[in-house]
Design a protein around this ligand. Sequence first.
Ligand code: DGP
Length: 125
Amino acid sequence: MPIDATKPYDESNIFARILRGELPAETVYEDEHALAFHDINPLAAVHILVIPKGAYVSWDDFSDRATEAEIAGFVRAVGKVARDQGVVVQGYRLLANIGKRAGQEVGHLHVHIFGGQPLGPMLAR
Ligand code: DGP
């Protein structure tokens, strides 16, 4: 069931629990501001999720409330993970589902990195 991204952050969401160490994740990168791990249900040969460490529901929430350091750290982490995963030369896709119409399932901002194979059209018609 997609979340309502206009609602306040819910500390019980799955990625908050991963950040607190209550649930495991296959981590590929971590720093002060970001955590990156394999998606549990990969949709491409490379499918990594990158999340900020702060409690933000969505991109618009993050861009509104996060500090400059958090924003810079998160954006740099996404790029570093893409480089580390070896998807830059062949190309890759970043995706953030936000709210109901986009089907956001987890109420903690996350960017999907897809790569490692041809990715097809941006959206199905
Ligand atoms: P979205 O639809 O953009 O909210 O994507 C949520 C993604 O999170 C989805 O691709 C599956 C992934 N996911 C859900 N639960 C877990 C989990 O417990 N661990 C990991 N690694 N990924 C999860």
